[in-house]
Structure formats: structure tokens, C-alpha cells
Design a protein around this ligand. Structure first.
Ligand SMILES: Nc1ncnc2c1ncn2[C@@H]1O[C@H](COP(=O)(O)OP(=O)(O)OP(=O)(O)O)[C@@H](O)[C@H]1O
Length: 320
């Protein structure tokens, strides 16, 4: 599969210095409300300022996803389409991370692995095993103490700081606590990501409704986060992560605050996004989800990869 990453050397739409600070990623949104959503369906509010009831949302049942987000391969296709002969999206070589506060206990030690374009990978392990550290190394929130971390051909261990925001434009992030801006509507939360990287209004007006349709929130564009259920808020955050069409989506416990039926809807959504060619890496404690999805599973224990298994389950700790 082609590498969809853009080089950080490619000139940005706006200088980082002129971009406002972001709440959760270097790219997230700036001030200034986007335009109103003229011509959209009226929003249905079940009870003003009360979270709407939600059934499990399955995007694969939704009509009309014939856009760029349409699946490239059918639901029942296995992982054999993954081309491992090309450049990996993520490559770690002998990566070690030692926090200064714990010099004798590496959070990660000698981790080497490759994740290829189009893969869906679960990162599992007990609390403290190193999952968050692993993710933070990929977004360059942290720098490795030793070894190489390569994302889309770019060596993050030597990357200059000014290039980091351009790296992050190519990584969508979804977190357990959603990290939505409370004073912005669904539409505005998503539009903000595009506005802050200087996308023209025409692009914002085209892409935001499209991605909101993808996540099934086209009728809740004008609602504020506190008017949405937990699952709906997480779908807004998935839409925000995807609106710039990043080739890599990193999710840190995205279903951690959701009940099982709603979690399933989020997982189906992420699976659908993965079928469009987006590489998905998800750290999770959700045993049932991992067991039911049968994707590649990378298990960490005390900073070491103890299992890397195709179509794995959560709890199997067999041979590597
Ligand atoms: N800022 C820090 N300073 C010192 N030690 C840290 C720091 N952050 C994490 N650690 C240690 O690094 C190890 C890995 O932590 P990490 O947060 O990556 O684990 P995790 O698998 O994400 O855990 P959880 O599932 O609870 O989020 C743990 O021993 C933790 O105590």
C-alpha cells in the first residue's frame, strides 16, 4: 500500500508560530467558530441539555458512505491484504525509554517491531506495562532514551522540534476522556482541527459534514458535548481525529469510559476507518473487544514485548 504520509518538509499551510495552541495534539484547533451549517438537516434534541439516549451505532449499516471514507476492502476480508514488503508505518528498533524518576526501571526496554500500512493493531498489557509510553514515543510527546523510532520514514529520535507539529498532523489521536472543547458544538469541535492548520473555508465546509456522516452524527452537528452521550462524544473525537484524513490513527483506551454496547459501535467505526486504508493502533484493557476482533495483538509486560500475534486474543501469553 502506498505511504500516504506527507513529508514534514512539505511546506505547511501556516507557520506553526501563527497557529494557536492545541488542547490535545499539536494540531488541534484554534479559536474562531466556523461558519454555520447552512442547509443541514435540523438537529433533533431529545431533551435540551440532557444526553441523548444512544443505541449501539454501526457505521457499516449506514447508507451513503460513498465518499473518500468508503471501505477499500470488504468487511470479511482477512489481514492477508497487508503488504509487509514496503515501508512500515511504524518501526521501532531496540527502543528503550527510561524516565529520570526511575533510572533503574526502564518503562520500555529493547522494543523492536514494525507496523505496516493498513494494519489494525491492539496494544495490550497490565497497568504500568508501558502502553502509554509506547504511544507517547510515536507522537514525539516523549523521546526515546535509546534506539530508533521511525514513523512513516521519519526518525523521531533525531527529528527537530519544529517539525513535530507537522508529524502530528498525520496522526489522528483518540483518548479515553474525549478531550472535546465544551464551548464548541460538534461541528465546531471538528472544524477547529482544519481551521487551525489553515484549511480554506470551502474545505472545512465540505469535509466536516462528510466526516460527521461517517460517524453518524450528521443530525447532532449543533449540539454541545454536554448534550451528547458518552458514545456520541467519543464519535465526535473520532471525527476530529479523522477529518484531516491522517494515515495513522492512535487510540488510547477509546472505549474505557463506555459501556459494552456503545464500545462495540466505536470499535466498528474504527474498524471501518481501518478498511479505508488507515493504520490503527489501539491501546486497550478491553479483553472482550480484543478477543472478538481477532486483530494483531502486541502485548507488553514490564516494558518488554512478550507477544506479537496475528489474529490474537487479549489473554494469550504464549510464545512470541
Ligand atoms: N513521568 C513518569 N516518570 C516516571 N515514571 C513513569 C512516568 N510515566 C510512566 N512511568 C512509569 O513507566 C512505566 C510504564 O508506564 P505507562 O504509563 O507507560 O504504562 P501503561 O501500560 O500505559 O499503564 P496504564 O494502563 O495504567 O495507563 C510504569 O512503571 C510507570 O510507573
Amino acid at each position: 500500500m502506498a505511504n500516504h504520509f506527507r513529508s514534514p518538509d512539505a511546506e505547511p499551510e501556516k507557520s506553526p508560530a501563527t497557529r494557536p495552541a492545541a488542547p490535545d495534539t499539536a494540531d488541534a484547533p484554534a479559536d474562531g467558530a466556523p461558519t454555520a451549517n447552512e442547509g443541514l438537516e435540523p438537529v433533533v434534541v431529545e431533551t435540551a441539555h440532557a444526553p441523548a439516549r444512544e443505541s449501539a451505532f454501526d457505521p457499516t449499516n449506514e447508507p451513503g458512505f460513498t465518499s473518500v471514507f468508503a471501505p477499500l476492502r470488504p468487511t470479511d476480508e482477512d489481514e492477508s491484504h497487508i503488504n509487509r514488503s514496503g515501508a512500515p508505518t511504524i518501526s521501532m528498533r531496540d527502543v528503550t525509554k527510561i524516565y529520570p524518576a526511575q533510572p533503574n526501571k526502564p518503562a520500555l526496554e529493547n522494543v523492536s517491531l514494525d507496523i505496516y500500512p493498513g494494519e489494525f493493531v491492539f496494544l495490550v498489557g497490565h497497568s504500568g506495562s508501558g502502553k502509554s509510553t509506547f504511544i507517547k514515543l510515536l507522537t514525539r510527546e516523549l523521546k526515546a532514551t535509546g534506539g530508533k523510532v521511525i514513523v512513516a520514514g521519519q526518525d523521531l529520535t533525531t527529528m527537530r522540534n519544529w517539525k513535530v507539529p507537522y508529524l502530528r498532523r498525520q496522526i489522528g489521536c483518540v483518548f479515553q476522556d474525549f478531550k472535546l472543547l465544551p464551548d464548541k458544538t460538534t461541528y465546531e469541535n471538528v472544524a477547529f482541527t482544519l481551521e487551525c492548520i489553515g484549511k480554506p473555508r470551502s474545505v472545512v465546509k465540505a469535509q466536516v459534514p462528510e466526516v460527521l456522516r461517517l460517524v453518524g452524527l450528521q443530525e447532532k452537528m449543533d449540539m454541545y458535548p454536554d448534550q451528547l452521550s458518552g458514545g456520541e462524544q467519543q464519535r465526535v473525537s473520532v471525527a476530529r481525529a479523522m477529518v484531516n484524513r491522517p494515515p495513522l490513527l492512535i487510540c488510547d483506551e477509546p472505549t474505557g469510559n463506555l459501556d459494552p454496547a456503545i464500545s462495540l459501535g466505536i470499535m466498528k467505526l474504527l474498524e471501518r476507518i481501518n478498511r479505508t486504508g488507515t493504520t490503527v493502533l489501539m491501546a486497550t484493557h478491553d479483553r472482550e473487544m480484543v478477543d472478538s476482533m481477532r486483530k494483531r495483538v502486541i502485548a507488553l509486560e514490564a516494558g518488554h514485548v512478550v507477544r506479537d500475534q496475528e489474529r490474537g486474543g487479549y489473554g494469550y501469553y504464549g510464545a512470541l
